[in-house]
Every structure is written in C-alpha cells, then in structure tokens.
Ligand binder design. Structure first.
Ligand SMILES: NC(=O)c1ccc[n+]([C@@H]2O[C@H](COP(=O)([O-])OP(=O)(O)OC[C@H]3O[C@@H](n4cnc5c(N)ncnc54)[C@H](O)[C@@H]3O)[C@@H](O)[C@H]2O)c1
Length: 412
C-alpha cells in the first residue's frame, strides 16, 4: 500500500488528481490513462511496483476545512466542467471520507492572502516548533496507516524570501524554528522539513522554496530521503523546452522569445500579485536559456483573466535569424486546461519518488528533471535530453553526472 499527501489538497490540481485516482480505483476511468507518463510501457518497472489502484489519499489545506475532498472537488468541477461528471460520482465514496488537515501559510505572500478566509495553525496561536510538531503528527499518522507515502506540494505559489546564513545548514535552520523566527521561513520550507524529518519523499510541483533550501537539502541527505522540484512542466514551458532545442539543432539563432499567459481561477489570483508572480516568472524564464545554452531577449508575462477559470491561453512569439542573417518568426497559441495537464504529472512525480526511495536513492533526484520547469541544480531544460535521462534511469538505474548535465549559459 502507498499514499500521496497533497499540500494544497483542495486546489484545482490536487482535486483533479484526487478525483482521477479515486475514479481509476473504482474502475470508472480507464486504467491506462492518457497523460500519465509512468503508465506508458517505457515505465513498466514503476507502474507495476506502484499500481494506481493501490494509492491512498490525504492532504493539508488552509481553506474550506469544513469540507471533505469530494465537496472541494465538486466545487472546482462546477467552476470548470473540466472532465465528465461521472468521474466525480465514481470518486464520491472515497473522497467523502478524506478531510484535509489544517496547514500553515507563513510568509506565503500577498497572492495567498488574497485568496481570503485562511485557516492556519499560526492563526490559532501556534509557534514554529508547535506548527512543525502538528504537521509531523498529521503526516506520521497518514504514513502509519498507509506504508510508503510521498508528499506533493501543489499549494499556491508562495513568494520567495531572501535566504541567509541560517538557511545554509540544518543546525542553523533548526535554530530558526526553535527560536520561532517566523520572518525567516515560509510554509513550503516547513512542509518539506516536516516530511523529510519523517523520511517522506517530497515533490515540489510549485516554484516555492520547498526543499531547495540548502539546510533542507542537507536533511534529505542525512535522512536518506529523495526529493525533487521545482515547478511542474506542463504547458507553455513544455512547448518552450521542446521547440527551443529544434532551433539549436538547426543552428538557427533565437533572437527573442515573448510569452504572454492568461489564466483564471485561484492560481491566477495568486499569480496576479507581483511577489508571488516573480517566483513563477523566474522558473519559466530559465527554461529557454537552459535548453539552448544562451539567453535570448525574453518577455514572460502572466495575467489574471477570470473568464478562463482553469483554462490557460499562452501566445508565444519567437523571433529568430536564419541563413544570410534573415530574420523570421514563429508564433503559437497554447490552449490547455491547467489541472488536466498537471494532475497526471503530479502522479508521475509522486510515483517516481517512491520508486527512487525503493531503490535506496536519496537527495535531489536529478533524473526527474523531465517533469520540471526549473529542475534543482539547473539541469538542462531540453525536453528530449531530459526524457532520455529519465528512461535510462528507470530501466538501468543510470544516474547522471551532475556537472555534465547542468545548463551552461553563455552570456554574450
Ligand atoms: N498546469 C498547472 O496547473 C501547473 C503547472 C505547474 C505548476 N503549478 C503550480 O501548482 C500549484 C497549484 O495550482 P492550482 O491551479 O491547483 O492552484 P489553486 O489555487 O487552484 O490551488 C492551490 C491550493 O493551495 C491552497 N494553499 C495555498 N497556500 C497553502 C499553504 N501554505 N498550505 C496549504 N495549502 C495552501 C489554496 O487554498 C488552494 O486550495 C500552483 O503553485 C501552481 O503554480 C500548476
């Protein structure tokens, strides 16, 4: 038996994943699901070891804590109609029994505050050591019931706070917690810390700090737990890191890449605030340079457009130079449904981290770069190379030589 614990359990990505998994278990959805990479024959070792119908579900939230996961999923579904209703009905029995636990929103930034009506442990008067203690209690109880479990952070994108000396070593970071230095930590750091303390692998589907902080990475090594991030690669960035290598292979020089994204729903609300948006733009921006080895002029814009709800539209304009210096352009419009793209990838990351743990691997699992916009330690962005690295890892357990696979960006 295995389990996935979602941070941000009642959001669009989490509820779509929860509904999909519960519907698959019930036999209402086809077992071999389009979009789940680990269901493809190339990933046989993973799909046979961690079957989809054997995954238990739980999570943490900071809103709608009076609702169960079915009611939360139904609410998101009614706003989007992003899949057929019968999947939700099939999931009802299981999801009605899942109630998210209360989490923390410390230093998540104005984008998360803008969601309104937050219910948090800090608002109940808990100090940092008490918050960590409560999170660990929730995670441990889930683990005790379900065997090997993994945490997926699919909460709203938080702001980045400046990292200082205290974030560089585990001892110093634990000092921050003990001394209740609230201004020095963010919620995602606390979730990652609590999970890794309990040897629960941690996947960061968001650009938030999570386990990327050196002190928390040290904990992952010390406790021999795998983790990976950051920020699921699902839509426009997947296109960027797939198209950009084509220009490189044909020796066409990309002069500039402008990407304009509009999206609705709560993710759009969060990303409409500059401090939260900055984390996302940074991770989207790096994707092109890490795919081609240089940084063309780049514009990445994200705007909140409520009528789209969970749909996302991106328009990209790529200016490039060819033979005899002639300038040309490529444009594309991407139209996706965010959570339908994201849910299967969240399942993939969770399964891969469980797989890594079962093979005794720990620390950042760089071979999973394929799934992320901004893979930890700046692994190259090129989707094709990443896929090769990933499948070699699945089949042969081949680990990459980090320095050879890091993106080297030439600045002209
Ligand atoms: N295709 C995609 O949808 C995609 C791709 C890559 C990354 N992401 C990232 O995944 C995350 C989730 O996206 P979404 O569309 O589901 O967003 P969403 O706004 O629908 O859901 C986020 C949920 O997290 C909850 N939350 C916020 N702060 C929290 C905290 N500190 N602790 C616990 N819960 C918290 C919110 O209440 C909300 O229910 C976002 O960070 C987004 O940027 C999404």
């Amino acid at each position: 038996m295995t389990g996935i614990w979602f941070i941000g359990a009642y959001g669009a990505v989490a509820t779509t994943t929860l509904t999909g998994l519960a519907a698959i278990k019930k036999g209402a959805a086809p077992r071999v699901q389009a979009g789940i990479v680990t269901e493809s024959p190339e990933c046989d070792p993973i799909r046979s070891k961690f079957p989809l119908d054997d995954i238990k579900l739980g999570g943490t939230e900071v809103r709608f804590l009076d609702k169960n996961a079915f009611q939360a999923s139904e609410k998101i579904w009614e706003e989007n109609y992003h899949f057929q209703r019968h999947y939700l009905d099939a999931a009802k029995n299981e999801l009605s029994k899942v109630y998210a636990k209360k989490g923390t929103a410390i230093n998540c930034g104005p984008g998360v505050q803008a969601l309104g009506n937050l219910q948090t442990l800090e608002a109940d008067g808990l100090t940092l050591p008490e918050i960590v203690g409560q999170l660990m209690k929730d995670f441990e109880s889930f683990k005790n019931k379900n065997g090997e479990v993994v945490m997926m952070n699919v909460a709203s994108t938080e702001q980045h706070i400046p990292l200082s000396e205290e974030h560089q070593s585990l001892d110093a970071f634990e000092g921050l917690i003990d001394e209740n230095k609230v201004e020095k930590v963010t919620a995602s750091m606390l979730y990652a810390y609590a999970a890794l303390k309990l040897k629960i692998p941690y996947g960061n589907f968001t650009p938030s700090h999570g386990a990327t902080v050196p002190a928390i990475r040290e904990l992952a090594i010390k406790n021999k737990v795998p983790h990976m991030g950051d920020d699921g690669k699902t839509g426009e960035t997947l296109m960027k890191t797939t198209l950009a290598p084509m220009f490189k292979m044909r020796n066409l020089k990309i002069l500039g890449w402008a990407g304009f994204n509009i999206l609705g729903d709560d993710d759009g609300v969060t990303l409409s605030k500059d401090k939260n948006k900055e984390s996302k733009i940074e991770s989207k921006d790096k994707a092109i340079s890490s795919s081609i080895g240089y940084s063309p002029f780049s514009i990445t814009e994200i705007k909140y457009f409520p009528p789209l709800v969970d749909h996302k539209v991106a328009w990209d304009y790529i200016s490039y130079r060819g033979f005899l210096g002639t300038k040309m352009a490529l444009q594309f419009t991407w139209h996706g449904i965010d959570s339908i793209l994201a849910a299967p990838i969240a399942i993939d990351i969770a399964r891969c981290l469980l797989f890594a743990k079962s093979r005794g691997e720990f620390g950042a699992i760089h071979e999973l770069a394929f799934f992320f916009k901004h893979p930890i330690d700046d692994i190259i962005g090129d989707t094709f190379k990443q896929y090769q690295i990933f499948t070699d890892w699945v089949h042969e357990g081949r680990k990459i030589e980090l320095s050879k696979m890091q993106a080297k960006i030439i600045t002209e």
